[in-house]
Ligand binder design. Structure first.
Ligand code: FES
Length: 103
């Protein structure tokens, strides 16, 4: 058995993914897939190797989309954009939530 380190933070970002493979939904229309790529590249640039990113289907908070969640902290963020991701990661590195984007 291979020993795999569990991530310290698991970040979920809704890209409106569907089992059929065809994305539809509010977060997809707001370019959430590009945000997933931006998030991963930003984590790489910052050396935050203890974070795992998963894109998800609808998180049922479409009015706040794009939606992003960080566990185990339980931070739920809405209206995510590249600047918001920067601020969220800044706060995460400081061990606190980015209060202005919490939902
Ligand atoms: S499509 Fe993203 S929360 Fe519903």
């Amino acid at each position: 058995m291979i020993a795999v380190e569990k991530p310290k933070h698991h970040i979920f970002l809704c890209s409106s993914s569907r089992m059929s493979g065809e994305p539809k939904g509010v977060c997809h229309r707001k370019d959430a897939r590009d945000l997933v790529l931006y998030l991963q590249s930003e984590l790489d640039d910052r050396g935050m190797t203890d974070c795992l990113v998963s894109n998800t289907g609808c998180l049922k908070l479409c009015d706040h989309g794009p939606v992003m969640i960080i566990y185990p902290e339980g931070y739920w963020y809405g209206n995510i954009c590249e600047d918001g991701i920067d601020r969220i990661l800044d706060a995460l590195q400081e061990g606190k939530p980015e209060e202005t984007l919490l939902i």
